[in-house]
Design a protein around this ligand. Structure first.
Ligand SMILES: Nc1ncnc2c1ncn2[C@@H]1O[C@H](COP(=O)(O)OP(=O)(O)OP(=O)(O)O)[C@@H](O)[C@H]1O
Ligand SMILES: [Mg+2]
Length: 608
């Protein structure tokens, strides 16, 4: 796939004035509206204090230092007392400004972190409820980036960028107004330079945005490659693909280096240019100001205050363009997060709560058809009925659609034709979480999470494990997990992600123990014994028979011995049921099943 396509949404440009985006963010911000309002008030106060300081400097120079034209003399004698009071006031203003500044930063950080906390939880919660089809289309790397990187970007938007842009613009406006009010003539000279500076800032912002976007894209590419390489490290090492990967990684890194250098080049030109403009403006003001002081239309204090105001004006200008870029980046992140949040969850429009308290008693597939990709049918006209206390086996070639039947039963996908009925009700209208609560699924690839075995096999209720250890231990024993007690520390065995250090077969046994401990109505085994030796398999069969009593079970297997004892067996080929019946019926029928049975008996281990 084309790399630039893969990372196209890292590149997406978002308009700063996007009302739908802001509207979507409102629910997350609203609970903290008063905090934001308080921060805004604090920003105004901090700006006020900052603007107050040059005026105080002017008062100090004109009122005390330069009184009677002899600097310093008046400090001796009578005025010294007044001056100390003034200095104390100056100190108080500076201190108050500092406290306000600090409080504003703290409030903003707190609000930002709180909003992010809620948003991150909401996003994770939402993602776990998205239909499985969504994950077919979106790579895990990209979704991880949403939860980690994009949320962080948004945090930056709330905590620093937005405040600083607002604060800087407010400060600059304040400075400009004060300058015009205090000395129109000098302000006029300044206003000749300011538009040039603004044009420069806008021009550089454009360039900066482009190089910044390339840099981000290169970063995303490197992250993607790196995580892919780590995930497939075994394949890379054994298939000697390492060299190719290193070469590819070097190429990407070089591209990243070039993008980073372009970014630095723009900055290293931009910063001094703005600095130079500032110095130029100061020079013009000093030049004109000194003549005005001579003509006594301006005091030295006023000139000093004017120059201090200008410093305040030029200080944020350097960072403003970078902050606008960061803001744009954050808005792009916000948009990506909102897109995920707006993806409908499974069965959002459910009107029924079900299945009823009696649990699942009856499962029916009625002419079910399904395709993952439109126009490519995977299941055609599948019909069967399964009642409590009965077991159904499904056999068939690889790719016949066996796991797809399970995917539909568990509600990972919805049928494209026909109906699935649970206790006589169409399951499309049922609460999928309710169905899953009564279902245990052991999949082809055992899935275990990092944590203890206890955490992996117990069914948590409201975030707590409420099952007692005795029940869990007997589930482990039933699932032939004695090795956990011999080799490891039983329920307290710590597993790493993916179930390390257990072997594939051992992982499957733990997953079966999980199914046993869940005490489900509907139990589904999809090739659950494929990684096991025949001795373990025999033990599991015995335990399964015990477990299946009084429940509905579906067992998918390649080995016919696994499904032999099922009450009903479906033989699947190309998404269709080509034969069905009991083991005895099918063995005598002389069809596909009998043929496969013959192969298995003749000692050839069939992979159908
Ligand atoms: N997520 C998916 N997107 C598109 N096609 C898929 C997807 N999952 C499975 N398929 C296709 O659906 C068909 C049936 O797959 P399924 O997993 O049901 O086969 P299976 O009978 O379980 O095979 P196996 O014995 O190998 O597990 C296959 O041709 C497969 O390519
Ligand atoms: Mg399968």
């Amino acid at each position: 796939m084309n790399q630039s396509h893969v990372f196209s949404d890292e590149e997406k440009k978002v308009s700063l004035a996007n009302p739908t985006l802001f509207k979507a963010l409102i629910p997350y911000v609203r609970p903290y509206a008063w905090m934001l309002a308080l921060t805004t008030v604090l920003v105004f106060m901090v700006t006020g204090f900052e603007l107050f300081q040059p005026w105080l400097i002017q008062q100090a120079i004109d009122g005390f230092i330069l009184v009677s034209g002899t600097p310093g003399l008046h400090i001796m004698g009578l005025e010294i007392e007044q001056f100390s009071v003034f200095c104390i006031w100056f100190g108080v203003v500076i201190l108050a400004g500092f406290v306000l500044d600090f409080s504003q930063a703290m409030f903003m950080e707190y609000t930002g972190q709180k909003i992010m906390l809620n948003l991150r939880c909401r996003l994770f919660d939402h993602m776990t409820d998205l239909p499985v089809a969504y994950f077919d289309k979106n790579s895990s790397g990209r979704l991880v980036a949403r939860v980690a990187g994009d949320i962080e970007n948004m945090n930056e938007m709330f905590t620093s960028v937005l405040v600083f842009i607002f604060r800087d613009l407010l400060l600059m406006t304040g400075v400009f107004v004060i300058l015009f009010l205090t000395n129109r003539r000098l302000a006029f000279y300044l206003s000749l330079i300011v538009p040039v500076v603004f044009v420069g800032v806008v021009y550089f912002s454009g360039i900066l945005r482009r190089v910044f976007r390339v840099l981000r894209q290169k970063n995303a590419e490197i992250n993607h490659r790196f995580s892919e390489a780590i995930t497939g490290i075994r394949a890379i090492q054994t298939c000697m693909a390492g060299l190719h990967f290193i070469h590819e990684f070097k190429r990407l890194n070089l591209a990243h280096f070039r993008a980073a250098m372009a970014h630095i080049r723009v900055f290293s030109v931009f910063m001094p240019v703005v600095g130079l403009m500032g110095t130029l403006a100061v020079a013009v003001i000093i030049w004109n100001g000194s003549f005005m002081v001579q003509r006594q239309v301006l005091t030295i204090g006023e000139l000093a205050a004017f120059l201090t105001y200008m410093k305040l004006f030029f200080r944020p200008l350097r960072e403003l363009s970078e902050k606008f870029n960061l803001l744009q980046n954050a808005l792009a992140s916000a948009e990506r997060i909102i897109t995920v949040l707006n993806t409908p969850e499974i069965r959002q429009d459910t009107t029924f709560k079900g299945p009823d308290p009696g649990g699942i008693r009856h499962l029916v597939f009625e002419n079910v058809a399904f395709s993952y990709t439109p126009g490519v049918p995977v299941l055609k006209n599948i019909s069967f009925s399964l009642e409590k206390g009965r077991a159904m086996g499904i056999v068939g070639q690889t790719g016949a659609g066996k796991s797809t039947i399970i995917n539909l039963t568990a509600g990972f996908y919805s049928p494209t034709g026909g109906r699935i009925l649970i206790n006589g009700q169409d399951y499309v209208h049922m609460d999928i979480a309710g169905i899953r609560h009564h279902t245990a699924l052991v999949m082809q690839d055992p899935i275990l999470f990092s944590g203890t075995v206890r955490e992996n096999i117990a069914r948590p209720l409201d975030g707590d494990i409420r099952q007692d250890d005795q029940g869990l231990e007997s589930a482990l024993k039933n699932a032939d997990c004695a090795f956990l007690f011999d080799k490891y520390s039983g329920l307290d065995t710590m597993l790493q992600d993916g179930g390390r250090p257990l072997s594939s077969g051992e992982k499957q046994l733990v997953c079966i123990a999980r199914a046993f401990s869940f005490n489900p109505d509907l139990i589904i085994f999809d090739e659950a014994t494929s990684y096991m030796d025949s001795q373990s398999e025999v033990k599991i069969h015995a335990a399964m028979k015990k477990l299946m009593k009084g429940r509905l079970s579906i067992i998918i297997a390649h080995r016919l011995s696994t499904v032999k004892s099922c009450d009903h067996i479906l033989v699947l080929r190309d998404g269709q049921i080509i034969e069905q019946g009991t083991h005895e019926q099918l063995a005598l029928a002389g069809g596909e099943y009998a043929r496969l049975l013959e192969k298995e008996w003749s000692g050839w281990n069939p992979t159908l």
